[in-house]
Write a protein of this length. Structure first.
Length: 53
């Protein structure tokens, strides 16, 4: 006999994987935005330094 909980395990695993992938994607997007902002800030500072000279 099969247990009812055995049939629910793949769905739970799929849900966990889906949630993990979603969290990973959100984290990677946040890192990319932070890097882009850092690059923009650096470029703005370099332009400001050139204007001072």
């Amino acid at each position: 006999m099969k247990r009812k909980s055995d049939s629910a395990k793949p769905a739970n695993r799929d849900d966990r994987l889906k949630a993990a992938l979603k969290a990973n994607l959100a984290r990677r997007k946040a890192q990319a935005r932070a890097r882009a902002t850092a690059v923009d800030d650096t470029q703005a500072n370099e332009r400001a330094e050139k204007k001072k000279d």
